[in-house]
Structure formats: C-alpha cells, structure tokens
Design a protein around this ligand. Structure first.
Ligand code: PEP
Length: 249
C-alpha cells in the first residue's frame, strides 16, 4: 500500500505571524489520519513551525538544500543543519529552482545524494514546460529528468524517494493537467522506475501530482490509480482549501 501524501509548498510566502495563524488553524482541523500531511515553510520559519505542529501529525519539510556538506557557501543551508532541528524531508528539483536558480541535472543529482546521505526523504519534482507538451516531448523530458538526477540512487535509498509530477504549465496558472493526463504520466514514471529498478520499487513509490490542485479538482485527480497525492502551492496558503484537498482522498 503506497503512502498517500499531501504536501503544501509555501514557497516565499508567510512571515512568522502568518505562519503561526495558518498552522494553528491546520492543527485545529480534523485531518485524515491515513494521509501524510506536510508543509514546507521558508527556512527561518521551519523551527517555529515545528513547535506549533508538534502535537499533530503534520510534518514540517524544507523547500531546498545545498548540495555540499558545509563550508564557504554564503546564504546556503545544509541538510545536516535541517536535520539538527528535526527536519528530514526536502523538496528537490522544483521547476522554479530549475528555471530561476539554474539548478542543472548534475546539481540536482548532488542535492538528491546530499539529502539521502543524511537519511532524508526526498520529494523529487519532474515536469515539462508547455512547449515540450505541445511538441509531444513531455515523456522524454520527464524520462531525462529522472535518468539524469534521480536514477543514480541505489535501490535501497529509493525507499526514501517520493516523486512529484508537476507540469510547469500548470503551476500557479489555474490550468491543471486533466486527470487522464496526470494518470498517463504517473503510469509512465512508474514504468520507468520499474525498468530501472524493479516492479516492487515502482509499486512502492508515492507519486504526487502538482499544478493548480484546488478543492474542486482534487478528488478527480486523486482518484487516478497512479496518483498518490499532491504537491500543493497556492491552495496550501489557505487552511480551509488545504484541508479540503487533504479530505478529497
Ligand atoms: C507548486 O509550485 O509546486 C505548485 C503545485 O503550485 P500551484 O499549486 O500553485 O500550482
């Protein structure tokens, strides 16, 4: 049975008072026990966020790490630092990191390694841009992203990997992949994992969909057989919307 996960990526939103208010509201809600709920605040908010959710099942996760262990990397954060405050899950390869911060395949492969070396769970994001989808190249784009930055991971470490399929054209745009498009790509990703590793690994990995998931479309997307949850941007900033998405399972 694959783990169902709904993770909220707050991006560069929510200061301390806003984070306290949103998390307090989430903690007060009855969330589905069978769904793993995660929230990813910005770095300075991770520690206070953990304090607020400590009596709940909500996990506080990071949006990024640096690929190096430590050293002269001004402004960066190492996996070991996050671990020291009890954060052990990180999002790697988000399309905004790829596009705005030039995170290449090789940097992302190093980030994945750095996180897994600290026994983190990695939510590894893949997804094509609109142009690739229009040219019918979306499968090869995603296949390359997996091959170049994730498939160096050992079979054993793959148990700590979650994949998020996020078509870039659907992020923050209000456009979503249709449930059928999401299912088609998730099934493709699972096949690629099976080819690289084996069927047992492929069947055990949670694959999340991300891209304008909202309370009114979550249920249809989550009902697809290879969709094991969602990575939620905009709608995770509102406690009622995020809760409704969690309850859509
Ligand atoms: C995201 O950035 O990971 C995302 C899915 O954003 P949104 O839900 O706002 O499209």
């Amino acid at each position: 049975m694959r783990q169902k996960i709904v993770a909220g990526n707050w991006k560069m939103n929510n200061d301390l008072p806003q984070s306290i208010s949103l998390l307090s509201s989430l903690v007060s809600k009855e969330l589905h026990n069978e769904v793993k709920v995660m929230v990813a605040p910005a770095f300075p908010l991770l520690y206070p966020a953990k304090e607020i959710v400590k009596e709940s099942n909500i996990e506080v996760i990071a949006q990024n790490i640096n690929e190096n262990k430590n050293g002269a990397f001004t402004g960066e954060v190492a996996a070991s630092m996050l671990k020291s405050i009890g954060v052990t899950t990180v999002i790697i390869g988000h399309s905004e990191r790829r596009a705005i911060y030039n995170e290449t395949y090789s940097i992302l492969a190093k980030k994945v390694e750095a996180a897994l070396a600290q026994n983190f769970r990695v939510i590894f994001c893949v997804g094509e841009e609109l142009d690739a989808r229009k040219k019918n190249e979306h499968f090869s784009v995603v296949e390359n992203q997996l091959a170049e930055s994730l498939f160096q991971v050992s079979e054993n470490d793959m148990k700590n990997v979650v994949i998020a399929y996020e078509p870039v054209w659907a992020i923050g745009t209000g456009e979503t992949a249709t449930p059928a498009e999401a299912q088609e790509m998730h099934a493709f990703i699972r096949t690629k994992i099976s080819e690289k590793y084996n069927n047992a690994v492929a069947e055990s990995i949670s694959i999340l969909y991300g891209g304008s998931v909202k309370p009114d479309n979550a249920q249809e997307i989550f009902s697809q057989p290879d969709v094991d949850g969602g990575l939620i941007g905009g709608a995770s900033l509102n406690a009622d919307d995020f809760t409704a998405i969690i309850k859509a399972f």
